[in-house]
Write a protein that binds this ligand. Structure first.
Ligand SMILES: Cc1cc2nc3c(=O)[nH]c(=O)nc-3n(C[C@H](O)[C@H](O)[C@H](O)COP(=O)(O)OP(=O)(O)OC[C@H]3O[C@@H](n4cnc5c(N)ncnc54)[C@H](O)[C@@H]3O)c2cc1C
Length: 415
């Protein structure tokens, strides 16, 4: 059997980066992946366009997006940060473009191109053996020391092991959580996985019926006990189960925390630039300009067709065919309210299958972030989604993979 210096378990972005880096430095690496190809989740990221990082070059500002864990991350980001990510990918022939909120994507807009760069990186040193269709089962653990791994294809030994099996988000891509169970089995403290960045569910059927409709600019509020607990503005997508879009996904953990306390109502303001009075004045002017038209025709110019139909159902179905000059003041006020405070109950988050990131993983206190080694086992490296680090969407998750993977590869190869 061939002797390896390092075994990397998991061929996602973090594992591929670690394996490639260690191979580049001359280590003999075995990369184990249970799927029949590398980077299955990576290839569906960012709607298959891959939001590869967030183009904030100032480490301090970048790490403000990790409020609970930023103090752990200064050291790794002093070794490999966003600028290095740009150099890494652009230097390997993958130009990157920057969109709103500094979200960075490959110019080709293909997540598969990101995968290809990493696959080439892994192959280029000739030092990395990729073993696909091989499932990691457990650690070989003798006298308190990790000496290798048991897999569906037999035993493999190496003095250093990098665990990159991911979290539980999108389990159909291979991240099914065995890595975390194995860490728990050898004594690590693992926070139970829980869908974090995920769409939200509602029981309101009119929301489900709007599935596929998106609103580019609105304000979303979460209300509990008549108090506004969260207010955020941006794009919203109605789905067959509830609501989605970056704004919803990023606020899902707050909604989840509120749901633990009691019922939560969502309220959508479709015209956030107008207060109630201004909205009323706007409708008065609009109705004056189109006196003889039916309300349903006037609303269609204001909102998308299915959204205006839903609004009419909610504000008063009998109004649809009414010419706007006959609409009473009370009816208009009701319409204003519906446009500015469209309410529905939130009943939970969608499960792991729909989540982008799942909370959970090894607690950061048990990781030495200078080298990405476990504080319990000096020859075990933990990277990517195996560590419990809360962060928003926008390229932050993959940047964590590039940073932690590169550091683990570097230190495992030179240790
Ligand atoms: C739909 C979706 C879109 C996303 N979009 C973005 C985005 O645009 N930008 C961004 O920054 N983040 C995005 N994310 C989050 C990002 O994809 C993850 O944070 C990232 O993939 C984590 O990388 P990882 O290498 O730690 O784990 P993973 O990508 O989960 O890879 C782990 C690998 O380990 C393998 N594995 C697991 N268990 C075993 C085992 N027992 N034996 C062998 N192999 C095993 C798996 O098959 C998998 O290939 C998205 C996530 C999802 C679900």
């Amino acid at each position: 059997m061939k002797n390896y210096d390092i075994i990397v378990i998991g061929g996602g972005p973090a594992g591929m980066m670690a394996a490639g880096r260690a191979g580049e430095l001359g280590a003999h690496v075995l990369l184990i992946e249970k799927n029949d190809r590398l980077g299955k989740k990576l290839s569906i990221t960012g709607g298959r366009r891959c939001n590869i990082t967030n183009a904030e070059y100032d480490n301090r500002i970048f790490l403000d997006n990790f409020p609970e864990s930023k103090h752990f991350l200064f050291s790794p980001f002093s070794q490999f940060n966003v600028e290095h990510t740009f150099e890494f990918f652009e230097g390997r022939g993958l130009p990157i473009m920057i969109e709103d909120h500094k979200r960075a994507f490959p110019k080709s807009e293909k997540a598969s191109d990101v995968c290809k760069v990493l696959e080439r990186y892994i192959q280029e040193s000739g030092n990395v053996t990729v073993q696909l269709n091989t499932e990691f089962k457990s650690f070989i653990y003798i006298d308190g020391a990790l000496q290798g791994v048991r897999t569906s294809k037999g035993l493999f030994h190496a003095p250093r092991i990098v665990l990159a099996t991911g979290g539980l988000a999108a389990p159909e891509t291979g991240s099914t959580g065995e890595g975390l169970s194995m860490l728990e089995a050898i004594g690590h403290t693992v926070v139970d996985p829980d869908p974090n960045l995920a769409p939200l569910r509602t029981s309101a059927t009119w929301v489900h019926e709007l599935s596929g409709t998106s609103v580019d600019d609105m304000t979303l509020r979460y209300i509990q006990n008549d108090k506004i607990k969260l207010k955020a503005r941006g794009r919203l997508l109605f789905t067959h189960f509830g609501i989605s879009g970056p704004l919803v996904i990023n606020s899902a953990h707050q909604a989840k925390a509120l749901l633990k306390v009691g019922p939560v109502t969502a309220s959508i303001d479709l015209f956030p630039d107008y207060d109630l009075g201004a909205m009323d004045q706007f409708l008065i002017r609009l109705f004056d300009a189109h006196k003889n038209k039916q309300l349903k025709t006037v609303l269609k110019d204001l909102l998308q067709k299915n959204l205006s139909e839903t609004l009419l159902k909610l504000a008063g179905p009998s109004l649809a065919d009414t010419p706007v000059h006959s609409i009473t003041k009370d009816e208009r006020k009701r319409l204003v309210h519906t446009l500015k405070d469209l309410r529905f109950p939130i009943i939970g988050t969608m499960g792991f299958e729909w989540s982008i990131v799942a909370d959970g993983g090894v607690i950061p206190q048990e990781v030495d972030f200078k080298t990405m080694t476990s504080r319990l086992f000096p020859n075990l490296y933990l990277i990517g989604d195996t560590i419990n680090i809360n962060r928003p969407s926008g390229g932050f998750s993959l940047q964590l993979c590039w940073t932690t993977g590169w550091i683990a590869g570097t230190h495992a190869a030179t240790n």
